[in-house]
Design a binder for this molecule. Structure first.
Ligand SMILES: Nc1ncnc2c1ncn2[C@@H]1O[C@H](COP(=O)(O)OP(=O)(O)OP(=O)(O)O)[C@@H](O)[C@H]1O
Length: 305
């Protein structure tokens, strides 16, 4: 099976995380624990997933500033084997997520998109996209960028869209998507009032979304995922049973490995099984990119299921 070529187009952020006894109220100052800085952003996380856990030849197309945060992101991407030669450097701070975590594990997050808002797809990026088997995108960068990436694909190459965070999609993007990956909330948001009223379960939501795209994957956390394709019965992909420590980044690891599997010529259900193994391993470790497992670990867990 070939390595497969994936181009991930999306966001890169540095996560600044502080544990707090409780979230502060407006106007209040509280003391928290030590500051943790870690590489994140859905695009960068998914690129690490595709390369490190999925084994695909992966290019990340994103934008960062000329600051220390950018260096942290480059180091993490490159450590995982992601090609970073087409990442834009702009005169705007690198995207930053300010995250406080309370003892019950609830996060409060403010994102400053910074450089992510300045991402562009120009000729060098278009050429790399034209050589890809799969283009993987999310919605933390301007939607015009996702459309430009979709337009640069060669015939037969797939656009996998992780429609997160939730926002409505323009018709041109609906028309370009080959595989839509959403969690249950995102599926309900994209389905609108009629989809939600149809009974609400993942099968019903996926059936509604199949009217707009040829294939849908609904991720269901510890309950696994659902793979639905037009004209075929939907397939439930069970989760692997693990001790969850930190669920951050499970969805991103899943998306990266799903894209890698498709680029390597696997069927959607087969790619989803590998993605489930990678997502399960990711929840056993803290952090986002730091928690992404290696290909061999994913293969071992997948073979045990
Ligand atoms: N607790 C868990 N145990 C085993 N597998 C899990 C667990 N949580 C997630 N996974 C795997 O990872 C996949 C993606 O997780 P999830 O559905 O939570 O994505 P998400 O909502 O996009 O997550 P997030 O944005 O928080 O990373 C699941 O479909 C499942 O296969």
């Amino acid at each position: 099976m070939s390595d497969g070529r994936v181009v991930v187009v999306g966001s890169a952020n540095v996560d600044l995380v502080v544990a707090v006894p409780r979230h502060p109220a407006g106007g209040e100052t509280i003391l928290g624990g030590d500051l943790r800085r870690s590489p994140g952003g859905k695009g960068a996380n998914q690129a690490v997933g595709a390369a490190r856990a999925g084994g695909a030849e992966t290019t990340f197309v994103g934008a960062v500033g000329r600051d220390e945060s950018a260096e942290l992101l480059f180091a993490s991407l490159q450590r995982s084997g992601v090609r970073t030669d087409l990442v834009w450097r702009v005169d705007v701070p690198t995207g930053t997520a300010l995250i406080t975590v309370s003892p019950d594990g609830e996060n409060a997050i403010v994102v400053a998109p910074g450089a992510n808002s300045h991402l562009e797809v120009q000729q060098p990026q278009e050429r790399r996209i034209a050589a890809a088997d799969v283009v993987l995108a999310q919605l933390e960068v301007p939607v015009e960028v996702v459309l430009a990436a979709a337009a640069a694909r060669r015939p037969g190459a797939l656009l996998v869209l992780n429609a997160a965070p939730s926002r409505s999609l323009p018709d041109a993007l609906w028309a370009a998507v080959d595989v839509l990956v959403v969690n249950e909330h995102e599926a309900a948001d994209l389905s609108g009032p009629s989809g939600r009223a149809a009974g609400g379960g993942p099968e019903a939501l996926a059936a509604g979304l199949l009217e707009r795209v040829p294939a849908v994957v609904v991720t269901l956390g510890g309950a696994g995922s659902l793979v639905a394709r037009r004209g075929q019965p939907a397939v439930r992909v069970p989760a692997f049973s693990v001790r969850a420590v930190d669920t951050t980044g499970a969805g991103d690891t899943y998306c990266g490995v799903l894209a890698a599997g498709l680029a390597q010529g696997r069927s959607l259900p087969d790619a989803a099984r590998l993605a489930a193994a990678a997502g399960a391993l990711a929840v056993t470790r803290r952090g986002a990119q730091e928690a992404v497992p290696a290909v061999a670990e994913v293969a071992r867990l997948a073979a045990s299921g």
